[in-house]
Structure formats: structure tokens, C-alpha cells
Design a protein around this ligand. Structure first.
Ligand code: 13P
Length: 243
């Protein structure tokens, strides 16, 4: 059976006190069966590692550099992430690709490096609105996936389909689109878990989770509250019949 997974991407939100409070709130109320991951900003990882220790929540980072160490001012290495308890790392998020100009080749190097250090990469792919309108959605996603996973042993890899046009809008991609793209990805990567991301909320989680090839979610703004994150996980488990 394919693994189910729900990950919270906090992006660049919260001061320290708020991050600690939300993390403690999650430890208090999350009692879910499926693998749950929280990816806070780097500076909170160590403190959240202490809070999550002994809980059902795993820690992830939102990015990393591919080198082990060296003169890379401002960067964070996989060795650092391991040393503060990370199990997962999000790679190639659309905000990294589009705002920070990360290339397919950068992301490929990061995937190789993450796996070498025992971190599970959550590799994000997704087309922009203009790419979709031009009828190039599948071609773009295929290019991203082939580049990121070239020569990679897929054991431990997670993929997230996040259509750029659905992120942060409050409106996810429609069920037909998600079905089509996850089905397309399934042909390429078979048993690799495929998450959906882009405006996942408690109100739409059940419908999205009912799609067979959706193995989990990558949740942005709705993961900033312990209660709404829990509701999403509950809806997912209901839809998948996990109990
Ligand atoms: P939202 O859930 O806020 O749309 O963000 C999705 C996302 O980018 C998760 O990585």
C-alpha cells in the first residue's frame, strides 16, 4: 500500500513565541494515524524538535543547500537539518522556483544530497496558469519530475503536485484536474506518494482526499492553526477510511 502523508508548510510565518504555541497546540490535539509533518522556518527547527519529540509529528525543513558544508553564506546544509531532527525536506517549491530562480538542475542536486543524508525529499512540481492555458501543464510537470528524479532511487521520495495558480487563492484545483494530473504522475513514478497542495482547507479536504491517486496534502495557510490542520487530517482519514 502507498504511504499517506500530510505536511504543513508554514512558509515565512510566525515569530518564535507564536511558532512554539502553535507547535504545542498541535502536539496536544493531533492524534491521527497517518504520517504528519510540520515544516517551520529554519530558525525554529531546533525548538520544535524538542516539542515534537515523543509525539506523532515529524519535523521537516522548507529548503536546503545541496553541499554538505562550506563558504555558502546564508545557506543551510542537509547535515544541519539532520542534526536538528529533520526527517523531511521540501524541495523545489514553486516559490523557490519562481521567486528565488531555482532551476531543475539545482533541485536535482538537492534531491540527491537529501537522500544521501537520509532526509526524505518532498519534491514539488506544478505548472503556472499561463503554462496550463497554453496546454503545456503535463509537459511542464513531466520535465520537472524527470529532471528532479533523474537517476534517483525513489525509495523515500515524496512528490507534491502544487499547481502554482491554486496556491494561496483559497480555491484548489478542481477534482477533474487533480485526478488527471495525479493519474499522469502515477504513470511516471508509480508507488511514490503523491501529495496535492494549493488551497487545501477543511472544507475541501474530503473531496480532494477522495481522489484515488491523492496520497496526502501539502498544506500552507490552513496549517498555521492547530485546529484547522487537525480538521484537514481528520477529513483526509475519513475519506481514505483510515481508523
Ligand atoms: P496554500 O495552502 O496556502 O495555498 O499553500 C500551498 C502551498 O504552497 C504548500 O506548499
Amino acid at each position: 500500500m502507498r504511504k499517506n502523508l500530510i505536511a504543513a508548510n508554514w512558509k515565512m510565518h510566525f515569530d518564535l513565541i507564536t511558532a512554539l504555541n502553535v507547535a504545542r497546540g498541535m502536539v496536544e490535539i493531533l492524534d491521527n494515524k497517518i504520517e504528519t509533518v510540520v515544516c517551520p522556518p529554519f530558525v525554529y527547527l531546533d525548538r520544535l524538535n524538542e516539542i515534537f519529540n515523543g509525539s506523532s509529528i515529524w519535523l521537516g525543513a522548507q529548503n536546503m543547500h545541496y553541499e554538505d558544508e562550506g563558504a555558502f553564506t546564508g545557506e543551510i546544509s542537509p547535515i544541519m537539518l539532520k542534526s536538528v531532527g529533520c526527517k523531511y525536506v521540501i524541495l523545489g517549491h514553486s516559490e523557490r522556483r519562481h521567486i528565488f530562480s531555482e532551476s531543475d538542475s539545482d533541485i536535482h542536486k538537492k534531491v540527491i544530497s537529501a537522500l544521501k543524508h537520509g532526509l526524505k525529499p518532498i519534491v514539488c512540481v506544478g505548472e503556472t496558469l499561463s503554462e496550463r492555458r497554453d496546454g503545456r501543464a503535463e509537459r511542464v510537470v513531466e520535465r520537472q519530475i524527470v529532471a528532479a528524479l533523474d537517476g534517483v532511487d525513489l525509495d523515500g521520495v515524496v512528490v507534491a503536485y502544487e499547481p502554482v495558480w491554486a496556491i494561496g487563492t483559497g480555491v484548489p484545483a478542481d477534482v477533474e484536474t487533480v485526478k488527471e494530473m495525479h493519474g499522469f504522475l502515477r504513470e511516471l513514478i508509480e508507488d511514490v506518494p503523491i501529495l496535492y497542495g494549493g488551497s487545501v482547507k477543511d472544507r475541501n479536504a474530503f473531496e480532494l482526499a477522495s481522489i484515488e491517486d491523492v496520497d496526502g496534502f501539502l498544506v500552507g495557510s490552513a496549517s498555521l492553526s492547530a485546529q484547522s490542520f487537525k480538521k484537514i487530517i481528520d477529513e483526509f482519514e475519513k475519506a481514505k477510511g483510515v481508523n
